[in-house]
Ligand binder design. Structure first.
Ligand code: UP6
Length: 261
């Protein structure tokens, strides 16, 4: 169990964004990251405004918006600033370094100009991390490296997980943490464990997604941050649902650090 407090771990973080994230979590008392998988820009902004007070990060898939226009990005950044949460584009980069450089900083989305946090697959090796590190964009940036997946039947082996952790530890100034389903970083509390596949209502969806409860991910799976998508987006009152998840996750975190003393 990772029993150090976020306050203590902020001091151990080597990446400026993970340090900021630890501080936001502590200050807002939330480890909730909402996955806002919504297809319309106005809905996305309204949703961000409503759940903003309860989250430490807003995870987007910007390329699923059917009406994307770069004008969306300024109001989205303003909402993030006003509610003190981080924008997190879940692009899961997985190509050669040069292509990732373009995907990260060019094209329609110019991700590096507005998202301080992104996800990367370790599959293609270190070139991807070198590309994220050297591309133009925001000065402070952090990467969550995907070590494990919530999807049933995924092809990730134990060795892949081990090598991914090794890679993450080779880029301390760039890596904010890993996307995982188990406690992987007990020896490296400066890194953040982010766990998707969290919901109270369902155990799975009909396309291979698998869910754990907030209590299970924090107390058994080592989650520092829990990602909740449809558990909140499909609720009739998303702000109320976000608050409920926030509280359950925070209580579980307190239980985790208190059980050490
Ligand atoms: N996500 C997973 N599992 C992973 C990695 N990422 O579900 O292993 C992402 C998905 C989605 C969100 O891309 O945006 O987390 C989960 O959404 P849900 O809670 O609605 O299932």
């Amino acid at each position: 169990r990772l029993i150090l407090s976020f306050e203590a771990r902020a001091k151990l973080a080597k990446n400026p964004i993970s340090e900021q994230l630890f501080k936001i979590m502590r200050c807002k008392q939330t480890t909730l990251c909402v996955a806002v998988d919504i297809l319309n820009s106005t809905d996305l902004l309204n949703f961000a405004e409503r759940v903003g007070p309860h989250i430490c990060a807003l995870k987007t898939h910007i390329d699923i918006l059917e009406d994307f226009h770069p004008n969306l990005l300024q109001p989205l950044q303003e909402i993030a600033k006003s509610h003190n949460f981080l924008l997190f584009e879940d692009r899961k980069f997985a190509d050669i370094g040069k292509t990732v450089e373009y995907q990260y900083s060019k094209g329609l989305y110019k991700i590096s100009s507005w998202a301080p946090l992104v996800t990367v697959h370790s599959l293609m090796g270190r070139g991807v991390l070198d590309a994220i590190k050297t591309s133009e964009g925001l000065e402070k940036r952090g990467v969550f490296l995907l070590a494990e997946a919530s999807a049933a039947g995924n092809l990730i082996s134990d060795n892949y997980v081990k090598e991914t952790i090794k890679m993450a530890e080779e880029y301390p100034e760039l890596i904010a943490g890993v996307v995982c389903q188990n406690p992987l970083f007990l020896n490296n509390p400066g890194l953040i464990q982010l766990c998707p596949g969290v919901q109270m209502e369902n155990k799975q969806d009909n396309l291979g997604q698998r869910y754990n409860s907030p209590l299970t991910v924090v107390l058994e799976k080592g989650a520092d941050i829990a990602v909740v998508g449809r558990g909140i987006t499909q609720s009739s009152d998303p702000a109320c649902a976000a608050e409920r998840y926030k509280k359950m996750l925070w209580d579980a975190y307190l239980q985790r650090i208190e059980s050490s003393s």
